[in-house]
Write a protein that binds this ligand. Structure first.
Ligand code: PLP
Length: 384
């Protein structure tokens, strides 16, 4: 929960539990629940409840319930998709295509696969993070088995043309996995219309407790299991499922999908206000072009400013924003996404990812922009 007098603009890292999710979790605390894999009555009840959640997820995103695999998060879903599909198809080929601006859970999975004899093409982007579809097309060889490209970039909000990529992959008989961890609640999703073979979702981006993920896997897609143990999740992901978490996640997905129009209006209005106010700050560079972006994330950089001092000053004012992906914050390494976009080390370090949530208000944006302008101005005049 948010502290009093604080401004939280890091919802892409993790957003607050939805009220319906809070109510649901509170209602479960004193219930006696068994293991969905047990064959006795208590286990069968748990299994029925898990099935119901699986159906809810599937109907919300437009696929079949047998195509939903519950995991421990977006990271595991990405690892499972990359490792599982690549190893499952290794007799057909050993080449994978991804992009330099993907989430570390995709890039590190690719590195691991390279160490196991696969080859990986890392597509370059332009200075805003957009890939060139012609370069993607030209990178596909007879050895290519898998393309993994995200839908919404978690650091910039940039949207990749998922339908076009899926069409291109299908024509060349290559599987397409898409990391959609930042998509639910922001863009409409009907998986069956997209033509992807696998898609990743993460719970804490949409108001469910962290530690839950979903991998959509199109029926018939070959996948080699990556966790070894029991036969849970259609024998594709071993380990006892997080029943309360999965149900909470299913409820959050349903809620986000049902309210997408209204939420989109909320985000659009706030994002317009934020961008207008940011553009008045001297020395700011807003890292976007005129193409498509998710309405909840914007990335900007400040010339001639010490990035560390900027963060310390914002933190002292109880303002939470990110300097890139949450998992790379805290390390002094510049964001790999901004580096891939051509920003130099100093500018990357003086960059902010600002991300909005359902509870963000106009007042909060206003206060944030005023504080930011004041801090930037004083740092530009050499006052740390
Ligand atoms: C685009 C993207 N993919 C994957 C992940 C990893 O998800 P999780 O934190 O659930 O492991 C994140 C979370 O930051 C993300 O933003």
């Amino acid at each position: 929960m948010k502290q009093a007098n604080s401004i939280y603009l890091d919802h892409a890292a993790g957003t607050f539990l939805l009220p319906i999710v809070q109510d649901y979790i509170a209602s479960q605390v004193y219930k006696k629940t068994g293991n969905p894999s047990s064959i006795h009555g208590v286990g069968r009840l748990a299994s029925a409840s898990l099935d119901k959640s699986r159906q809810e997820v599937a109907s919300s995103i437009g696929c079949m319930s047998g195509e939903i695999i519950f995991t421990s998060g977006g990271t595991e879903a990405n690892n499972l998709a990359l490792g599982g599909i690549a190893k499952g198809l290794k007799k057909q080929g050993r080449h994978i295509i991804t992009c330099r601006t993907e989430h570390p859970s995709v890039l590190e999975s690719c590195k691991q696969l390279e160490s196991e004899g696969f080859s990986v093409t890392y597509l370059n982007t332009n200075s805003f993070g957009r890939i060139d579809l012609n370069e993607l097309r030209a990178s596909i060889t007879d050895d290519t088995i898998l393309i993994s490209l995200m839908w919404v970039n978690n650091e910039t909000g940039l949207i990749h043309p998922v339908k076009d990529i899926a069409d291109l992959a299908r024509i060349r008989n290559v599987k397409f996995h898409c990391d959609a961890a930042q998509v639910l609640g922001h863009l409409p999703i009907q998986i069956k219309n997209l033509g992807v073979d696998a898609m990743t979702f993460s719970s804490h981006k949409i108001g469910a407790p962290s530690g839950l993920g979903v991998l959509y896997l199109r029926k018939g897609t070959v996948l080699s299991r990556q966790l070894h143990g029991g036969a849970q999740e259609g024998n594709l992901r071993a380990g006892t499922q997080n029943l309360i978490g999965a149900t909470a996640f299913a409820k959050a997905i349903r809620y986000q999908v049902d309210h997408i129009q209204e939420h989109h209006g909320h985000y659009r209005t706030l994002m317009d206000q934020l961008q207008n106010q940011l553009s008045n700050i001297p020395g700011i560079q807003i890292n976007r072009d005129t193409g498509e972006y998710s309405p909840h994330i914007v990335n900007c950089s400040f010339q001639n400013i010490d990035g560390e001092a900027l963060f310390i000053r914002l933190d002292m004012k109880n303002i939470s924003v990110s300097n890139g992906a949450a998992c790379s914050s805290g390390s002094q390494k510049p964001s790999h996404v901004l580096t891939a976009m051509g920003l130099d080390e100093k500018l990357s370090q003086a960059s902010l990812r600002i991300s909005l949530g359902l509870e963000t208000s106009e007042d909060e944006i206003d206060k944030f922009c005023h504080e930011l302008e004041y801090i930037v101005h004083s740092l530009q005049r050499g006052n740390p």
